[in-house]
Design a protein around this ligand. Structure first.
Ligand code: DX5
Ligand code: ZN
Length: 213
């Protein structure tokens, strides 16, 4: 059976109790912690930055899966790396210098993730083949948790799997217990789940069931 990694997004967490929330995810069997960084420019929402990531780093041992939804992400790569990010993912639509940003992440010794808005085709990443470790397929418009899964994402995930057979495919947005199996079947290795975990009765059960794919 394929190993499925669960990376709960803390966007839906209680920010007034972030330490307890992250420790609860760790105790509930999460594999990574997905940190949604938004700047109000690339997406119409503002969340948190390096100080919050640095404090999350202090309270869990799980890998921090940092999703930068910010313009010109290269400006902040080094600071997020120093804050404790393990995987730094950015949107190719957010910069004219994709290669330079990739190189900056590598220089900091971190894993490189590239992400695409729902309307950007997977083929947009072909020029960077072999240069990155993780492909983050957005299955909602980036900016908010609790949205509905865009069904057309399933074809996009399969296409990503076909064009990039050797890297991790992560799917982010609207994934829950009812659609997770088909997301994994389409080719996902890593599932981001915010509301499906934080709004569940029992986080451990929810994560366990998502892992079953
Ligand atoms: C949206 C974020 C997602 C979101 C996932 O821009 O990138 O990570 O928080 O939340 P759910 O799982 O509730 O859609
Ligand atoms: Zn995200």
């Amino acid at each position: 059976m394929k190993k499925v990694f669960i990376s709960p997004s803390i966007l839906t967490a209680d920010f007034a109790r972030l330490e307890q929330e992250c420790k609860s995810l760790q105790k509930s069997g999460a594999d990574w912690i997905h940190c949604d960084v938004m700047d109000g420019m690339f997406v119409p929402n503002l969340t948190f930055g390096m100080p919050v990531v640095a404090n999350i780093r202090k309270c869990v041992i799980l890998p921090l899966d940092v999703h930068l939804m910010i313009v010109e992400p290269k400006r902040y790569v080094e600071q997020f790396a120093r804050a404790g990010a393990d995987i730094i993912t950015f949107h190719v639509e957010a910069t004219d210098d994709v290669v330079g940003t990739i190189e900056q992440i590598k220089k900091c010794g971190k894993k490189v993730g590239l992400s695409l808005r729902p309307n950007t085709p997977i083929e947009a990443l072909l020029p960077y083949k072999g240069m990155f470790d993780l492909l983050l397929v957005m299955s909602v418009e980036p900016g908010f948790g609790g949205q509905s899964f865009i069904e057309a994402s399933l074809d996009k995930i399969s296409k990503a799997r076909e064009l990039f057979p050797d890297i991790l495919i992560e799917v982010d947005g609207g994934v829950n217990l009812s659609n997770c199996a088909k997301v994994v079947q389409a080719g996902a290795d890593v599932i981001v789940a915010g509301s499906a975990v934080f709004n569940s009765e029992n986080r451990k059960d929810a994560i366990q069931q998502l892992k079953m794919g």
